[in-house]
Write a protein that binds this ligand. Structure first.
Ligand code: PLP
Length: 447
């Protein structure tokens, strides 16, 4: 243990000296050293075990170090580490088949990228070329990635410092009853008014100028607002009426997270034209993302070159990891487990916490995809941290969870409960008990 502690100290020191971190002011950073991970747990540099209710960046859907996925990566590395995207290779072909077999409707062609942001970039590029139109509509309260177009599509404050040069992106409000922009008092009203607002946005922007509408089927980082019944069907209908491509961004909500292979399957019969995916496709063991493409859009590039590509498109190690992940998830009924744990443990357990903790304003989610909206006052719904910021109350609550052995995903005034899809009932209950302790800290900040 002494040698391990020394190694962890050196890791930390070198990190602070040489590693430049994402989305952060560098000077005050204190990254946690992670030395090992297994299933739903990981270990920090001091040897503490933490229950991972964050799935890291909401990507380890199959849990850490799944033996079948590790073995597939090792076998692929021994056989063929890399090959140019222009060649055909077994791992890529198999991964494409396994994904195409699970995508909704007729989406059956897969373009592979290195991650989620470039999947979004390519989906938008395909939509613009297919329609010959320039604009894209995207939601406020959304996240689509950190590259130029993806961050400009993003509807959160990370866009603001990057808001330049990407012409033709227009934002609109989606349905979110708890903080309704439409003065709605129930889900049906919220749905109807949100669709009316979207149609007005299309009409005033000019339908003939709009290539695509991009939406997270269930928005993730922005707050896990499950759309009301009929909303996504309504978006599909507007896209059909105005000749607009419907892009479902399933980077975070896809591959089991909501208790279905794709989140859009929760809304029966809705088939988008393009799906961007990443994260859960191989749980991030090797970087991978992609776009699932409808035959209509794929046909645009039958006789005309698609102007885009990446050296590592369909990388053998990444696609071997994807094929093994999807196969193991199917064999071990991991998607079904996510649905079951959500319906029987996490949903009821979080609602029960809300009865006892006045700091919880709202509980939302499905599968292993849940958000707790923390508030100073349940009547006014004043958030426990401002939009785009944090607060001592949030910092202390998250620190208390971590000290108790629970790692959470945090955004502004929200705690997200997003464990691996493999989580057991006992682990879910253990996490809820730790969360219960931490929430007393949040309650302490209420007047
Ligand atoms: N789209 C959504 C919905 C996401 O949640 C994310 C990442 O969190 C991205 C796109 C970007 O993916 P990546 O970080 O792999 O580029």
């Amino acid at each position: 243990p002494e040698a391990a502690r020394e190694q962890a100290a050196r890791t930390y020191e070198l990190d602070r000296k040489h590693v430049f971190h994402s989305w952060s002011a560098q000077a005050a950073l204190k990254p946690m050293v992670v030395t090992a991970a297994q299933g739903c747990y990981l270990w920090d540099g001091d040897g503490n075990r933490l229950l991972d209710f964050s799935s890291q960046m909401v990507n380890t859907n199959i849990g850490h170090q799944h033996p079948k996925v590790v073995a597939a990566i090792q076998a692929q590395a021994a056989q063929l580490c890399t090959v140019a995207p222009a060649h055909a290779t077994a791992a890529r072909s198999e991964a494409a088949r396994l994904i195409a077999e699970r995508t909704p409707g007729d989406l059956d062609r897969i373009f592979f990228t290195n991650g989620g942001a470039d999947a979004v970039e390519h989906a938008v590029r395909m939509a613009r070329l297919h329609t010959g139109r320039p604009k894209v509509l995207a939601r406020y309260r959304s996240y689509h990635g950190g590259t130029d177009t993806a961050v400009n599509l993003t509807g959160d404050p990370r866009r603001w410092p990057n808001d330049h040069g990407t012409a033709g992106i227009v934002h609109f409000f989606g349905p979110f009853l708890y903080r309704s922009r439409f003065h709605a008092s129930d889900e049906a009203q919220e749905c109807e008014r949100a669709l009316e607002h979207l149609e007005q946005t299309i009409i005033f922007e000019g339908p003939s100028t709009i290539a695509a509408i991009i939406l997270e089927s269930v928005p993730g980082t922005a707050g896990i607002m499950v759309p009301p019944p009929g909303y996504l069907a309504g978006v599909r209908e507007l896209c059909d009426r105005y000749g607009i491509v419907f892009i479902a961004d399933e980077v975070m909500c896809g591959f089991g997270r909501t208790g279905k292979w794709f989140a859009i399957e929760n809304f029966a019969g809705v088939v988008p034209d393009l799906i961007s995916f990443a994260k859960g496709v191989n749980s991030g063991y090797v970087p991978l993302g992609g776009v699932a493409i409808s035959p209509r859009i794929a046909a645009t590039f039958d006789d005309r070159a698609y102007p885009g590509g990446l050296t590592y498109s369909g990388h053998p190690l990444a696609t071997a990891a994807a094929a093994a992940t999807i196969t193991a998830m199917a064999e071990e009924r991991i998607v079904e487990n996510a649905a079951q744990i959500g319906a029987t443990v996490l949903g009821p357990g979080l609602r029960e916490l809300a009865e006892r903790h006045p700091s919880i304003g709202d509980v939302r989610g499905l599968g292993v995809f849940w958000a707790l909206e923390l508030v100073r006052d349940r009547e006014t719904r004043e958030p426990l941290a401002p939009y785009g910021g944090t607060s001592q109350a949030m910092i202390d609550t998250v620190a208390a969870a971590k000290a108790a052995g629970l790692l959470l995903f945090v955004n502004f005034n929200r705690l997200h409960v997003v464990p691996p899809c493999t989580i057991t009932e006992a682990e879910a209950k253990e996490g809820l008990a730790l969360l219960d302790q931490a929430l007393t800290v949040a309650d302490g900040y209420l007047e």
